[in-house]
Design a protein around this ligand. Structure first.
Ligand code: G1P
Length: 261
C-alpha cells in the first residue's frame, strides 16, 4: 500500500520568471486555489496519508497556505461570516516540510526525502503537472499494487515539446501500459518516442541507491531521470499512460488552457 508521497517544490521556477521572483509557481492560482492544492487533493484521492513537501527558503507561502489562519478564522466568527470558514479549508492530510538548502535538481530534492519514506515504497508528485479527471497517481498505484514494481506516468506529446521532458522508450505490455526500456532527460535530438514523463512516480526505496550513484549534469543538477535509467537496468519499471487531462503550469499556454477549461 502506498501511503506516503513526496512533493518536490524547491525549484526556482525559471520557466515562469519574472513572477516567480516573488510567487512560487506552486502558488499560481487556478479557480481561487493554488496549483499545489490540486496536487495534494490528487494525492489524498489516491489514498496517500502522509506528505512531505520539499521547499526552499522562498517557499514559505506554501506552508502558510496549508496552515490554519487563526486570525482570519476568529475574524470571520466575530463578524458573523462563518459561512466563509469552509473557504479557508485545505485537504485533511498530514503534511510535513523539509528545506533543500541548495537547488541541485529534482534528484537531489528527492534524496532529502529518504528519512521520511524509509524502506516503504512511495509516490512522487511534481506540482507543475496538474491533472483534471481521473487522479493520475491512483492509476499508478493500481499498477504498483498489481505488479509490485516501479511505475511512472507518461503522455504522448507533440514532437516539438519532447525536448522539454523526460522521454521514454517502452515495450507494450497491455493497453496504456509499457515496460520501460530507456529514459532520457530532455533529448535535444532523436527522442526515443513521443511519450513524455508527466510528473507522477511510484518508487521502491531502491531508487535512493541509484540517486546516490548519479553524477551532476552539465548544470550541476542531479537528474531523477538518470537514476531511473540506472535502475531500469536492474529492476522492472513500468510506464502508464494516464487518462486524465494534464496541464504543465510552467508553460504559459498550458496554464491559460487550464484556466479557460
Ligand atoms: C521534470 C523531469 C522531467 C519530466 C518533467 C515533467 O522536469 O525532470 O523528466 O518530464 O518534470 O513535468 P522539469 O519540469 O523539472 O524541468
Amino acid at each position: 500500500m502506498i501511503k506516503k508521497a513526496v512533493i518536490p517544490a524547491a525549484g526556482y521556477g525559471t520557466r515562469s520568471l519574472p513572477i516567480t521572483k516573488v510567487i512560487p509557481k506552486e502558488m499560481f492560482p487556478i479557480g481561487g486555489k493554488p496549483a499545489i492544492h490540486y496536487v495534494v487533493e490528487e494525492a489524498v484521492a489516491s489514498g496517500i496519508e502522509e506528505i512531505l513537501i520539499v521547499i526552499s527558503r522562498t517557499k514559505n507561502l506554501i506552508m502558510d497556505y496549508f496552515d490554519h489562519s487563526l486570525e482570519l478564522e476568529a475574524f470571520l466568527e466575530r463578524v458573523n461570516k462563518t459561512h466563509l470558514l469552509e473557504k479557508t479549508t485545505v485537504p485533511d492530510v498530514h503534511i510535513q516540510y523539509v528545506r533543500q538548502s541548495h537547488a541541485k535538481g529534482l534528484g537531489d530534492a528527492l534524496k532529502i526525502a529518504e528519512p521520511f519514506t524509509g524502506c516503504d515504497p512511495f509516490a512522487v508528485l511534481l506540482p507543475d503537472d496538474i491533472y483534471v479527471g481521473k487522479p493520475a497517481l491512483a492509476e499508478l498505484i493500481e499498477i504498483f499494487e498489481s505488479y509490485n514494481e516501479n511505475v511512472i506516468s507518461v503522455k504522448q506529446l507533440q514532437n516539438e515539446m519532447l525536448k522539454d521532458y523526460g522521454i521514454i522508450k517502452g515495450e507494450l505490455v497491455s493497453e496504456g501500459l509499457y515496460r520501460l526500456k530507456e529514459i532520457v532527460e530532455k533529448p535535444k535530438i532523436f527522442p526515443p518516442s513521443n511519450y513524455a514523463v508527466t510528473g507522477r512516480y511510484v518508487f521502491n526505496s531502491g531508487i535512493y541507491q541509484y540517486l546516490s550513484e548519479v553524477l551532476p549534469d552539465f548544470g550541476g543538477e542531479i537528474q531523477l531521470t538518470d537514476a531511473i535509467q540506472l535502475m531500469l537496468k536492474e529492476e522492472v519499471f513500468f510506464a502508464k499512460e494516464c487518462t486524465g487531462d494534464r496541464y504543465d503550469i510552467g508553460k504559459e499556454q498550458d496554464y491559460i488552457r487550464l484556466l479557460n477549461r
